[in-house]
Write a protein that binds this ligand. Structure first.
Ligand SMILES: NC(=O)c1ccc[n+]([C@@H]2O[C@H](COP(=O)([O-])OP(=O)(O)OC[C@H]3O[C@@H](n4cnc5c(N)ncnc54)[C@H](O)[C@@H]3O)[C@@H](O)[C@H]2O)c1
Length: 299
């Protein structure tokens, strides 16, 4: 049993992580300023005594105060600006939250002596990679401010390890899907298509639908975070299935015949991450088949 702090714990992935940590008997606290997250996502967890600190991760004084009050042994840093398109329109806000917020969380961890920090990073750090499935040693070459801010956040993690002896690990997640996902999020396509399938609405595909993604279920992602928190592994690991699914195939799996509209500039054409290092390092691999999980989401 340990003391685990989850930033962004009222959001989609964070709230599932909180539930999983509580189920494993850990003492859990959440930091979230509830801009996108909801206390509804934490209803069960709050009843079990999970503490919610309503605070902004970019405010270092609030971070130090929350860390001092809770004294975490492991910090899972998930709070972020997650909208890729918004990052293109407003890169300074994206950098403020994702880079400044990570620096503030690391500063609080150092100040209060929280020894281990796990960052929610993204496939977006690789941009449009040459090698698929992409391994962790592929070049970091983001194509959006969001990818750049996460790459910078990873660099801060490594720096705090070198300068201050923190133990840090960045989990580069592929496209996460599952219950509680907001259709406006980074990989909201599953939530959008599932909503269209449920409500009998027309789905829209931008481009020819051949663009691919690696869809990983939130329960698998949470298992990777839990394993990461219980390990001493450092650096960066992909959290993915290693399988590519085209957007057209995704629509068809949900029984949709989508309308096609012109493609959007800057969209990554193919994305699929090699998860073998996570399997070696954490003994983790994704378990949930996409087709089975989609049946539940669309149900
Ligand atoms: N969803 C995906 O497919 C995916 C893929 C790769 C990486 N990620 C990363 O995983 C993490 C969680 O993503 P999610 O999909 O659950 O998103 P989400 O928006 O549901 O959760 C993010 C949470 O952070 C909170 N937050 C945002 N800014 C904050 C701030 N300044 N201070 C305090 N709280 C703040 C929001 O209120 C929200 O509850 C993010 O770091 C995201 O970049 C997500």
């Amino acid at each position: 049993m340990t003391r685990a702090l989850v930033t962004g714990g009222a959001g989609f992935i964070g709230s599932h992580l909180v539930d999983a940590l509580v189920a494993r008997g850990h003492d859990v606290a959440v930091i979230d300023h509830l801009s996108r997250g909801h206390t509804d996502n934490l209803a069960g967890a709050l009843e079990t005594g999970v503490e919610l600190h309503k605070a902004d991760v970019t405010d270092v004084n609030s971070m130090v105060a929350a860390f001092q009050a809770f004294r975490p042994a492991v910090v899972y840093h998930l709070a972020a600006q997650i909208d890729v398109r918004r990052s293109v329109q407003d890169p300074s806000t994206d950098a403020h939250v994702n880079v400044g917020g990570t620096a503030a969380v690391l500063e609080a961890a150092r100040e209060v002596g929280a020894p281990r920090v796990i960052l929610a990073s993204t496939a977006g750090v690789y941009g449009d990679p040459e090698v698929l499935p992409t391994p962790e040693h592929a070049p970091v070459a983001p194509l959006s401010p969001y990818g750049a801010s996460k790459a910078a956040a990873e660099t801060y993690m490594q720096l705090f390890e070198r300068l201050h002896g923190l133990s840090t690990l960045s989990l580069r997640m592929a496209n996460v899907y599952g219950p509680r996902q907001d259709p406006g999020g980074e990989s909201g396509v599953v939530a959008i298509f599932a909503g269209a399938a449920r409500e009998g609405r027309q789905a829209v595909i931008y481009g020819d639908g051949t663009q691919t993604r690696d869809y990983v279920h939130v329960s698998d992602v949470v298992a990777a975070f839990v394993a990461a928190g219980e390990s001493a592994v450092t650096g960066a690991l992909n959290v993915s299935t290693g399988s590519e699914t085209s957007v057209m195939e995704l629509a068809r799996l949900l029984g949709l015949e989508p309308e096609q509209r012109p493609g959007r500039a800057g969209e990554i054409s193919r994305s699929c991450l090699d998860p073998s290092r996570a399997e070696q390092a954490l003994g983790w691999r994704a378990q949930v088949p996409l087709a089975d999980a989609l049946a539940d989401v669309a149900g």
